[in-house]
Design a protein around this ligand. Structure first.
Ligand code: AGP
Length: 610
């Protein structure tokens, strides 16, 4: 899990450009970073353990300049985060350097083979083998050498390669890891994602699997592994650079929480047609006739996206009356699941690059299922490979803890469920109209939920020293309890569990005492009385009760230590609003505990390896 960048420019600007690009990729990994700069026929490399700031500081002490370079920010998979294991890696001659994201599964065999031929390895990484392979295949043409080398690789990779004898040239290639080429004026760039090149250009080309890019200052050539030239069309990115930066907030996470009203509007934009009583999802690209015939839906996802999948199960079953299974992609891919031809699989992923989700999706496609990707990143693997997509329009999410992307997934999945319901005749045009009217109010409701921020902060400060937290919810808000717990544990490192409230008495009730804060989602619903009973059960066992309640519910104060009010909502829409105070709660607890909110330890934004 790493970020890679490269540039071919004029003058001596490569180090400055690469550092600024790497700053936008720190979310992909941040245990070490490195640069390789080519100038005057020599490649100079610099590598530092820890965050990018360490590399930037040591670069400040040196006068390194060059027009061409590669950079890397690492999240260790093979080999500890040390200077020797940091990228870029060199071949034995020192003339070739490589940066790599991914995992080379057959690196041990390749290393043994190369050792036999006299290659000496400096690091414990799988990546170094690529530099040696390229060197052993180099016969004057760097692109050919890269092509021959990647034929030998098993696993996943995005790479950037440079040769000291080939000025103003970098070669990039990928398989199952993201890689884009940015097209500038008299300069071209390479990066793991578009945010890294956005201050240079908004024109990018997404490389396909096993495509090789030969990048010079004025030209880009792409070819397939077979040697056939690829006729590419650049994509123009409409995200502004400011969108990808912190926008004045202390952390990306807080900025992204505050963007949610806009994100909800953007995800709804152009999709509600009250006149016709229809939901319009053009990129879905699956015929209504096929949607009509679906007998079962399988949802696959990881982490927060898996929680969105559980909300979607509730939506699809209620609105379209189709049975739904929700699986962790990492589990499904190693089971022998019943995936039938003609079944519908929904792959949910913010990044569109999560290795397990991609693998499970490919399994489903092979079994003859139709795959719909619910995704936030245009050009990502899931978007490219799915039969149809529903883009979530959350914009770039930089904080490792997913917030606005989750909310946008819920909105997209609700739209899809409504469409399914209509196509199958479960919902009438009139029903769709009513849902559209409610959905149009949703951005305001999310905005109103954000008004609780100051109060949520006070509540967070009261419980900042707790060792454990329990989150409970029921029905469509049970997955929101899971999400609240995940958010808190990933950024504050406090142990937290989410539970369906009705399950308390089957075990977790034994944990309750005055030291355990319990966050209960207790907003208006058809099972409101049931969850109030669960809150009372916990309260009489001395647990500290933090209750999320609907505005106007004064009675709830009798069973709560702290109440956080959210706007009154239709039950189906309530998860989208209820998650907001839970995101804020975890944010303020983590901030008060001095945690690195945007880049929590051991986590990476995009899990592109198994
Ligand atoms: C969310 O806060 C997490 N960091 C993580 O669980 C994430 O949702 C998961 O890795 C899936 O990512 P994806 O949506 O990009 O596939």
């Amino acid at each position: 899990m790493c970020g890679i960048v490269g540039c071919v420019t004029a003058g001596d600007e490569a180090p400055r450009i690469l550092i600024s690009s790497l700053k936008r990729l720190e979310y992909r990994g941040y245990d070490s970073a490195g640069l390789a700069i080519l100038g005057d026929g020599e490649i100079e490399t610099m590598r530092e353990v820890g965050k990018l700031a360490n590399l930037e500081n040591s670069l400040g002490d040196k006068s390194i300049g060059g027009s061409t370079g590669l950079g890397h920010t690492r999240w260790a998979t093979h080999g500890r985060p040390t200077e020797v294991n940091a990228h870029p890696h060199r071949d034995g001659s020192g003339r070739i350097v490589v940066v790599h994201n991914g995992i080379i599964e057959n690196y041990r065999e390749l290393r043994a083979e190369l050792r036999e031929k006299g290659h000496v390895f400096a690091s414990d990484t799988d990546s170094e083998v690529i530099a040696h392979l390229v060197q052993s295949n180099f016969d004057g043409d760097l692109t050919d050498a890269v092509a021959q080398s990647i034929r030998r690789l098993k696993g996943a990779y995005a790479i950037g390669v440079m040769h000291a004898d080939r000025p103003e040239l970098i070669v990039g290639a990928r398989k199952d890891c993201p890689l884009v080429v940015g097209l500038g004026e008299g300069a071209n760039f390479l990066a793991s994602d578009v945010t890294a090149v956005m201050d240079q250009t908004n024109r990018v080309v997404y490389l396909g699997d096993e495509e090789i890019a030969t990048i010079r200052r004025e030209t880009l050539e792409i070819r397939k592994l077979s040697g056939e030239a690829v006729d590419y069309t650049p994509t123009t990115i409409s995200w502004s650079l400011a969108q990808a930066e912190r926008g004045g907030y202390p952390h990306f996470m807080l900025k992204e929480i505050h963007e949610q009203p806009t994100v909800v509007s953007d995800t709804l934009l152009g999709r509600l047609d009250e006149d016709k009583g229809e939901i319009r999802l053009e990129e879905l690209a699956i015929d209504d006739e096929i949607l009509k015939g679906i007998k079962r839906v399988n949802i696959i996802a990881c982490g927060t996206s898996w929680h969105a999948g559980h909300v979607a199960k509730f939506y699809i079953e209620q609105l379209a009356r189709i049975p739904v299974d929700v699986d962790y992609a990492s589990e499904l891919r190693y089971r022998d699941p019943v995936l039938e031809e003609g079944g519908l699989v929904i792959a949910i992923s913010q990044s569109g690059e999560t290795a397990d989700t991609i693998a499970a999706m490919r399994m489903a496609a092979k079994a003859g299922c139709k795959v719909v990707g619910v995704c936030n990143v245009i050009g990502s693997t899931i978007v490219r490979e799915a039969d149809g997509t529903i883009m979530t329009h959350a914009g770039p999410e930089i904080g490792v803890a997913s917030t606005k992307a989750f909310v946008s997934q819920l909105v997209a999945l609700l739209l899809f469920s409504l469409k399914l319901g209509r196509v199958r005749g479960v919902l009438s045009e009139g029903d769709i109209r009513k849902h559209c009217q409610r959905l149009r109010q949703l951005p305001h409701a999310v905005e109103a939920a954000l008004q609780s921020e100051a109060h949520v902060r006070e509540v967070a400060l009261k419980y900042v020293s707790a060792q454990d937290f329990l989150f409970i919810g029921r029905g469509v808000n049970y997955p929101i309890a899971l999400e609240g717990a995940l958010k808190l544990k990933e950024i504050s490192y406090i142990h937290a569990e989410g539970y369906p409230a009705g399950e308390l008495k089957h075990g977790p009730i034994a944990l309750l005492d005055e030291k355990l804060p319990v966050v209960a989602i207790c907003t208006e619903s058809t099972i409101y009385d049931k969850i109030v009973t669960n809150v009372e059960e916990a309260r009489v066992r001395d647990a500290k009760m933090i209750v999320i309640a609907s505005a106007g519910d004064d009675a709830i104060q009798e069973v709560a230590d702290d109440v956080i009010y959210v706007p009154r909502m239709d039950e189906l829409l309530s998860p989208i609003v209820n998650v907001v105070p839970l995101q804020l709660l975890s944010y303020f607890v983590a901030r008060e505990r001095g945690c690195d909110v945007d880049q929590p330890r051991n986590l990476a934004k995009s899990v592109t390896v198994e």
